[in-house]
Design a protein around this ligand. Structure first.
Ligand SMILES: O=P(O)(O)OC[C@H]1O[C@H](O[C@H]2O[C@H](CO)[C@@H](O)[C@H](O)[C@H]2O)[C@H](O)[C@@H](O)[C@@H]1O
Length: 262
């Protein structure tokens, strides 16, 4: 799949009011960095999203909890879906939970304690406890240690699949995660799309967890845009290079038609 020019792609898509804009955070609105806590929106992202949100529904759908999205983006007048769709807050501020946190807390607590003992921070491991899931980051772990240890970590996660309400194991960018079953970005998109009729989903994502949303967008006559500097297997039909290209694309979408503002 060829790389798209962000301005040409925005021009091709026509009026922004035709679309429900669905944006991933890490790797799309924010460049990938070594430590999750250091991630920040790319320059110009917040202003571009705010401008678009005045004209069409916008959602950020992320693996992060909503509280972390608030801390990084602020409380914009858009829908936030956190934990890959475990929790949603509408643009009007109405929250919905799709996982009962009490049913997963015991499994996650016990696993977190064990993994923090087994995977030392000073070797580069980072255990991230989220509202309804748990992630193990290995971006800063030496390759040989990672290759030797990751099968054991995956095995530990796999052993929890049947516990509590049931879980899934997934792998993302330098991360593996235990997530409650029945939650994914495709379902989150479906829930949001049902509440914004008449708009075609336009999904921007960079990671394997975004493929569910790309598929759901296709089902709804929408479009998936992969954000990646190299081609890889994806159901997305268009591709932008990186978060800087995403900012250029969002600005161009906001400029097209309607009241482009000052
Ligand atoms: O769905 P997203 O908004 O893309 O969130 C996916 C995960 O993003 C974070 O981890 C990733 O980004 C980090 C910061 O750039 C990077 O250090 C890490 O290697 C990536 O996996 C976040 O920490 C996870 O909770 C999200 O699920």
């Amino acid at each position: 799949m060829n790389l798209d020019d962000p301005i040409q792609l925005a021009d091709e898509l026509g009026p922004v009011e035709d679309w429900l804009l669905v944006l991933d955070f890490d790797g799309v609105l924010s460049p990938i960095v070594e430590r999750p806590e250091d991630a920040a929106p790319a320059d110009g992202v917040v202003a571009a999203v705010e401008r678009l949100a005045a004209r069409t529904p916008v959602a950020v759908v992320s693996g992060r909890p909503i509280a972390e999205l608030d801390a990084r983006l602020g409380r914009l007048p858009i829908t936030y879906a956190g934990g890959h769709g475990a929790e949603v807050r509408t643009a009007e501020g109405e929250p919905s939970a799709f996982v009962d946190v009490d049913t997963v807390a015991g499994v996650l607590d016990e696993l977190e304690t064990h993994l923090r003992e087994r995977l030392p921070d000073d070797a580069g491991w980072q255990v991230e406890r989220k509202t309804a899931s748990l992630a193990v980051h290995h971006r800063r772990v030496a390759d040989d240690l990672r290759d030797a240890t990751l099968p054991e970590v995956l095995d530990l996660l796999e052993q929890r699949r049947q516990d509590g309400p049931g879980f899934e194991v997934l792998a993302g960018k330098a991360v593996v995660e235990l997530r409650p079953a029945g939650v994914d970005k495709g379902r989150a998109l479906a829930w949001i799309a049902e509440r914004t009729p008449g708009r075609r989903p336009l999904v921007l994502g960079d990671d394997v967890t975004d493929e569910d949303a790309f598929r759901e967008a296709d089902r709804r006559d929408g479009l998936g845009i992969l954000v990646a500097d190299t081609a890889r297997a994806t159901v997305a039909r268009r591709r932008l290079r990186d978060p800087d290209d995403v900012v250029a694309f969002l600005c161009a979408l906001g400029d097209a038609g309607g009241d482009a503002g000052p």
